[in-house]
Design a protein around this ligand. Structure first.
Ligand SMILES: [Zn+2]
Ligand SMILES: [Zn+2]
Length: 269
């Protein structure tokens, strides 16, 4: 844990900045900072890989303040234990997620949170909300600082009114666009897996993600990052095409997160 001021090259000015270090079924991790507090949302790559990706973008892993976890699936927690031991980090997660994740049983500093109850991580205000996914007690988040908020919702099979309510008003959104339904149903996955992905506890399709954005689109929205794209059942071009039509005529910047490489640093204006 570290409370020193931001190093040159890192985010500063109290403005929220985000870097998706990688996203997809082989690992997920998002770096969020307001210049004073820097956290990871999920650490689903190996600790070594997360360190490597952070350093490649100019972020010092030793300056992290905490790890916030969405749910216990390996693609979200793979590197948590080692990162915690290496950098002495507190971990924030639901009690259900903690119970389910064998690798997280012996962490030195656990902060359980309850979906629906706001929590503070130093200068960041985090509002966790329940999402529909085949995990014990999975969460999406809004993270706020200095009057701005970002929203993160990946790994959800179904968009509820609660999800829309939380994400409304965010200036940067990281939304799941997991699959193209035709590619999924015509693809190589076994039937049970196709069913699981399409279920209300599975993952959002490009079209479902687009409908979510349509419902919560507002004039102050600056950026949308599509995340958790399937490498088998989707392509960035397909995911972006759905959204580009919706966003044409707006100033919203749209991108798709990659599984293999970090995004540029996305700063709120
Ligand atoms: Zn996942
Ligand atoms: Zn999951």
């Amino acid at each position: 844990m570290n409370s020193e001021p931001t190093a040159p090259g890192e985010c500063d000015g109290g403005v929220l900045s985000v870097c998706v270090l990688g996203s997809g079924s082989r690992g997920n991790s998002i770096y969020v900072s307001d210049g004073s507090t820097s956290i990871l949302v999920d650490a689903g790559f190996s600790a070594r890989e997360i360190d490597r990706r952070m350093r490649s973008q100019g972020f010092d892993p030793a300056r992290l303040n905490a790890i916030l976890i969405t749910h216990e699936h390996t693609d979200h927690v793979r590197g948590v234990e080692r990162l915690v031991r290496r950098h002495h980090l507190p971990v924030y997660l639901t009690a259900g997620t903690h119970r389910q994740a064998a690798s997280l049983q012996c962490l030195p500093e656990i902060h359980p949170f309850v979906c629906g109850s706001e929590l503070r991580i130093n200068t960041l205000t985090v509002r966790p909300f329940s999402i529909s996914h085949d995990a014990q007690d999975p969460a999406g988040f809004t993270i706020g600082a200095n009057g701005s908020r970002i929203g993160i919702a990946t790994d959800l099979g179904h968009v509820t009114a609660l999800v829309r309510e939380h994400l409304r008003g965010c200036r940067l959104l990281i939304l799941e666009a997991n699959h193209d339904p035709e590619m999924l149903m015509g693809g190589p996955y076994p039937w049970f897996l196709k069913q699981r992905i399409r279920s209300r506890n599975g993952h959002l399709s490009n079209q479902e993600s687009c409908r979510l954005l349509e419902d919560i689109l507002h004039p102050a929205l600056e950026q949308v990052v599509l995340a958790h794209l399937s490498e088998t059942n989707n392509t960035p071009a397909k995911a972006l095409a759905e959204m580009s039509t919706l966003l044409s005529g707006t100033c919203v910047r749209l991108s798709a997160a990659s599984q293999t490489a970090p995004s540029p640093l996305l700063r709120l204006q």
